[in-house]
Design a protein around this ligand. Structure first.
Ligand code: PAF
Length: 282
């Protein structure tokens, strides 16, 4: 696996591959690679001739008081895992390489980012949208693959690619879960054993709400109550939001039609976790 740290290096490699007629699927990450990321790599391998990954802990998507300074960083470990799964090129730039000076350009999608996580992490999606736009412009992949666990992020990226006519196709791969249902996340590493057990309350709440829908409940507020009550039953969890939204527009649903996205954010101890479930009504 080739490890590159400069934009010029990535662009040169991209030029060579294009001359050979080979395609690229990109998996952008912030490192702390786990099986969830590796499943994105597996999906990427099905889409293109080469899989490229990026490891960059993007400072612009962290708010004041968030975990930027403490975010787990272990490039050697990430590199071994990604290489083992067949990644051909890893781009791991420095902060200065990506932001030689503060960006004067803002990539903002207010309609998609006012609610859900956007309410509690002001500026977060601007940071994500900016860095993903940069990474796509640097690597120029045919495909880019993201995880469904970060549903709002994926919706933002899909929409910015459409609005800016970026020549890339976005693939959103299913959430990968631990055996007890907890969605895989780099932040799970922050949980102590009791918190780790308590963290399953997110998927338990989502499944209870899904059952309510499949049993015939169609009222958005009633479904939100199910989510809220299940999370409240776990003393170590502090709900941040419980939402029932349209999966494309992310607008709250008063009545459930054919598709609903159930979305949750909660603190378990000091760790903020998110999860979601797409429910299709037969
Ligand atoms: O999902 C992530 O890991 C990050 O938000 C991303 C897409 C790599 C941008 O920094």
């Amino acid at each position: 696996m080739l490890l590159l740290t400069t934009i010029t290096g990535v662009r040169a490699r991209r030029r060579d591959l294009r001359l050979q007629g080979r395609t690229v699927a990109l998996v952008p990450t912030m490192g702390a690679i786990h099986e969830g990321h590796l499943c994105l790599v597996d999906r990427a391998r099905e889409l293109a001739d080469e899989v490229w990954a990026t490891v960059f802990v993007n400072p612009t998507q962290f708010g004041p008081g968030e975990d930027f300074a403490h975010y787990p960083r272990d490039l050697e470990h990430d590199r071994a895992l990604l290489a083992g799964r067949g990644v051909a090129l890893l781009f791991a730039p420095s902060d200065k390489e990506i932001y030689p000076r503060p960006s004067a350009t803002v990539v903002d999608l207010p309609e998609l980012t006012a609610g859900l996580c956007g309410t509690f992490r002001p500026g977060h999606f601007r940071g994500v949208a900016l860095v993903v736009t940069k990474l796509l412009s640097i690597a120029q992949p045919e495909w880019a693959v993201f995880g469904a666990k970060d549903w709002q992020q994926a919706a933002v990226i899909r929409r910015l690619v459409e609005d800016l006519n970026l020549p890339v196709r976005i693939e959103v791969a299913p959430t990968v879960r631990e055996a007890d249902g907890l969605a895989m996340s780099s932040r799970n590493a922050y949980l102590d054993p009791d918190e780790r057990r308590a963290a399953t309350v997110l998927i338990r709440a989502l499944r209870a709400a899904e059952t309510a829908i499949t049993s015939g409940e169609r009222d958005g507020e009633a479904i939100r109550r199910v989510l809220t009550e299940v999370v409240a039953s776990e003393p170590r969890a502090q709900l941040q939001y419980a939402a029932v939204v349209d999966p494309d527009t992310l607008q709250e649903l008063a009545r459930i039609g054919r598709l609903a996205l159930l979305a949750l954010a909660a603190h378990v101890g000091a760790t903020r976790l998110i999860d979601n479930l797409l429910v299709e009504v037969p």
